[in-house]
Unconditional design. Structure first.
Length: 131
């Protein structure tokens, strides 16, 4: 009797390579999804970036919110709206060193826009509430 390496079930013969292809395809799909998301992020206006970041923060997707604000600051380095909103999030996350640097930058760029940033900076410098 001659033994054959061909499985009796045709589907079983295809499982190995097809399963590997599916895993590779899933990996490729997720890579393209991430690239598409990054490309989409680059097309957003400053206000759209802020809205998306706030939405992510509200849903506790904090890493995504931070990523959006970082992208906003990279694309709009002198936009005090983005800087101020990002600062508020960083203060909530107790990231005081980064928040302090952003507040100081916002004050330099637009010292007359909001008194809140001065209160936040005073609070950080004194370590107590400055109300």
């Amino acid at each position: 009797m001659v033994e054959s390496n061909i499985p009796a079930n045709k589907d079983a013969a295809m499982e190995g390579p097809m399963e590997e292809d599916k895993n590779q395809q899933t990996s490729t799909d997720s890579t393209f999804t991430m690239l598409d998301a990054h490309a989409d992020m680059r097309e957003l206006t400053n206000l759209e970036l802020i809205r998306k970041a706030e939405d992510c923060a509200d849903k506790l997707k904090l890493e995504k919110a931070i990523s959006l604000y970082d992208e906003g600051i990279r694309r709009f380095p002198n936009d005090t709206l983005i800087i101020d909103q990002y600062t508020d999030l960083l203060i909530q996350l107790n990231e005081m060193d980064k928040a302090k640097g952003l507040i100081e930058r916002s004050i330099q760029l637009n010292p007359h826009s909001s008194g809140q940033k001065f209160m936040n900076l005073a609070e950080m410098l004194k370590g107590v509430e400055a109300v």
